[in-house]
Ligand binder design. Structure first.
Ligand SMILES: *Cc1c(COP(=O)(O)O)cnc(C)c1O
Ligand code: SF4
Length: 344
């Protein structure tokens, strides 16, 4: 990452959209924003408005192409608010902890979380293409538990030894951050286990870095002989542009079922109108709603919390406006529980 690029005047970035076509997704990832000053300059957010911090443990990270969907000069932009570190993160709040969903205690092997019956989750990497400030895994000891290629064998053995597991979930971090070869080689191994019916991928990358969804990758995925499901993560209709739609078309062509999960976030999408717009737009991209999560109470995220009663009220309004198939399930993760708790 070159820290001092001025994207508003550097000739390399003028006509960026033209250049983007010939850049690889890895380059786009590497050229993303990694500090607060840089993105504020790019978006014309004035110094006076700043109430930000530059945390070192969970730094700012945003692809330029995601930042381009934000409104310039708007400190309250719903996409900007998801990624801009704020001083509120330093406020300690009762009930907010480092492992709010009890994942660490569900760790069976390095990188293998088996908390829910019939499904195991593999932590493919600790990194993401974007750092969402509200993330429940922001304080997670990833480096210790992520699945390295060497440890794949143990994970595969674990799945082989559990015949009641029918679905493997590739998660992270963001599993699509890995290269095609790594993803496909793991999928091939999973594919060879007879009791596995489905492989699910949890990824925000089709939304935040759609160029990663290449024709080549999709055609490789289409050769996997299990049902494939991709659960994307989008919180606001402004996140969905033409590039995202193109990625979805490629994924659908590979016969992949597309679902969306969102997090209910204060000041970002905590009203019925926004959420209806999001789900109507997702449908035009062939993405069906799955979950709307209440915030997991991770340290440093309390300022994003929408309480359960408000959430239920919002859901009731959504149900009045949308057909049933466009209404997500409002859920909450509870440490120790053996499934997500459906609230509405
Ligand atoms: C949500 C989740 C799953 C998948 O649960 P579904 O209800 O099948 O989507 C699996 N493992 C963990 C740790 C989860 O948080
Ligand atoms: S993409 Fe998902 S896992 Fe990654 S930081 Fe955002 S919410 Fe967390």
């Amino acid at each position: 990452m070159e820290q001092s690029i001025d994207r508003n005047s550097d000739p390399q970035y003028i006509g960026k959209n033209l250049l983007q076509n010939i850049k690889t997704w890895q380059q786009e990832l590497a050229e993303g924003f990694s500090n607060t000053d840089e993105i504020c300059n790019y978006l014309n957010i004035s110094q006076a408005d700043k109430n930000f911090i530059s945390p070192s443990d969970f730094p700012l990270k945003v692809p330029v192409e995601f930042a381009d969907r934000m409104e310039k000069g708007n400190i309250n932009d719903p996409l900007l608010k998801q990624i801009l570190p704020s001083k509120d993160e330093d406020v300690a709040t009762l009930g907010f902890t480092d492992d709010p969903v009890g994942d660490i205690s569900s760790l069976k092997e390095t990188g293998v979380i088996h908390k829910y019956q019939g499904r195991v989750l593999l932590i493919m990497t600790g990194s993401c293409a974007i750092n969402c400030r509200y993330c429940f895994r922001r304080n997670f000891p990833y480096n210790d538990i992520q699945l390295s290629t060497k440890k794949h064998l143990n994970a595969i053995k674990y799945i082989q030894n559990h015949p009641n597991v029918s679905e493997v979930i590739l998660s992270g971090g963001d599993p699509l951050l890995l290269n095609d070869q790594k993803i496909l080689s793991l999928m091939r191994q999973i594919e060879s286990i007879p009791h596995i019916k489905r492989i699910r991928i949890h990824s925000r990358i089709p939304i935040v870095l759609p160029s990663r969804i290449t024709e080549e990758f999709c055609s490789k995925l289409s050769t996997i002989k299990k049902d494939l499901i991709l659960v994307v993560h989008s919180n606001h209709a402004n996140e969905l542009n033409n590039s995202v739609q193109l990625a979805c078309i490629k994924l659908k062509k590979a016969n992949i079922t597309l679902l969306n999960q969102s997090v209910l976030l204060k000041g970002i999408n905590d009203n019925a109108q926004q959420l209806c717009a999001l789900h109507e737009k997702l449908f035009t991209f062939s993405i069906m709603p799955y979950y709307l999560h209440l915030l997991d109470k991770a340290t440093g995220t309390a300022h994003f919390e929408v309480n359960q009663q408000q959430a239920v009220d919002i859901m009731n309004q959504i149900k009045k406006s949308l057909p049933g198939y466009l209404v997500p399930k409002l859920v909450r993760e509870q440490a120790g529980a053996c499934n997500k708790i459906v609230i509405a």
